[in-house]
Design a protein around this ligand. Structure first.
Ligand SMILES: NC(=O)c1ccc[n+]([C@@H]2O[C@H](COP(=O)([O-])OP(=O)(O)OC[C@H]3O[C@@H](n4cnc5c(N)ncnc54)[C@H](OP(=O)(O)O)[C@@H]3O)[C@@H](O)[C@H]2O)c1
Length: 322
């Protein structure tokens, strides 16, 4: 099946279901779609609609009849959570996405955007990672359960395209950060973890902060508002079976990122690196040329994005997931 980039604006008056609208990605998509004039957005918390519950999911789709669906609901976590709860990451994610995608098919949803993640590419994929490297090598062992679930979701999108000819698509975001992120010590990814650690060290007057590893691995980070823009761009312009990488196309060392965070939060103490702890893959950078060719590139720089995220974190520190 060939890929096409054809401009086709979404109908702003159609019912649009953002699954996971209270999460990091879903809330950014929800905000953007609201700003862009989508007047019939539908969102449900996991308490109101548990997507693991197949009957409830089918009932919701039959009642709501969305025309468009963004599937940003998932069980998501950092390396610790993934490594500790592989059954949950596999089983919960499989059930959520199978139920939502089956219900979307049964209810003739026109456009679906499914979200994968750059961490599901092979562990030793050449850098920068191109879309076609999916399923070409062994997965990172610490999150293989999550990766298998997500890969199954991408394949389900491709299968629906093949079997039913529907223009459903998948995106493959790099590491994301921004307002609404998970800052909990157990569940968070590296950037929110650094923000919390440095801001608490500044607040409590600690003179040393110790991070895991050497600080030399290179990572790419995309602000979630950029991610939301890219999602809308893909929904309106992309119609192809391959998942599309979404990132900035630029990476930094963890040490450089930690220094920016320390500077932005105003932490002036020592930064130490516990080199007895693992570093993970030396580099993880997406090749975003496909997305760039379609006319979208990221607009929010790392320092600017970290600064606004720190502001958001401080404003919401009492109410966020900690
Ligand atoms: N964060 C990243 O760096 C990153 C990077 C690449 C890809 N992604 C992908 O982006 C997607 C969203 O991630 P995120 O970071 O936004 O995660 P998140 O902040 O943890 O949000 C996940 C959302 O999923 C909902 N959810 C969880 N279990 C559910 C259930 N059983 N039924 C219904 N809803 C459920 C949650 O709803 P409640 O809040 O109501 O419980 C929450 O709104 C995922 O597919 C993830 O793989 C994220």
């Amino acid at each position: 099946m060939t890929e096409t980039f054809t401009p086709a604006p979404l109908d702003r008056d159609a019912v649009t279901y953002v699954a996971g609208h209270r999460g990091l990605v879903g809330s950014a998509i929800w905000r953007l779609l609201g700003e862009q004039g989508f007047g019939r957005l539908v969102g449900k918390s996991s308490k109101e609609l548990d997507l693991k519950d197949r009957d409830a999911t089918f009932e919701f789709f039959a009642e709501t009849k969305p025309k468009y669906v963004v599937l940003a609901a998932a069980k998501v976590g950092g390396i610790l959570a993934n490594n500790t709860y592989p059954v949950d990451f596999l089983s919960d994610n499989m059930r959520m996405q199978v139920n939502a995608l089956d219900a979307a098919l049964a209810n003739d949803v026109e456009r679906v955007l499914f979200l994968g993640s750059s961490c599901i590419y092979p562990k030793l994929a050449p850098q920068p990672i191109k879309e076609e490297y999916l399923l070409t090598g062994h997965l990172e062992e610490t999150n293989d359960a999550y990766a298998i679930a997500k890969i199954a979701g991408i394949l389900q999108i491709q299968a629906v395209r093949r079997q039913y000819g529907l223009p459903w698509i998948s995106a493959m975001p790099t590491n994301l950060y921004g307002p609404g992120d998970n800052f909990s010590p157990e569940g968070s990814h590296v950037l929110p973890a650094l923000i919390r650690r440095y801001d608490e060290a500044r607040r409590d007057g600690h003179d040393t902060v110790t991070n895991w590893g050497t600080g030399s691995p290179r990572r790419e980070f995309l602000h979630v508002n950029d991610m939301a823009e890219a999602c809308l761009h893909l929904l309106e312009h992309y119609d192809g079976p391959d998942q599309v990488n979404v990132g900035t196309g630029e990476d930094s060392t963890i040490k450089e990122i930690a220094n920016v965070v320390a500077d932005v939060v105003g932490y002036t103490g020592q930064i130490e690196w516990d080199t007895t702890k693992p570093d993970g893959t030396p580099q993880k950078l997406l090749d975003v040329s496909k997305l760039a060719e379609s006319g979208w590139t990221a607009g929010i720089g790392l320092r600017e994005g970290i600064t606004s995220t720190v502001e958001w974190y401080r404003e919401h520190v009492d109410s966020i997931r900690t």
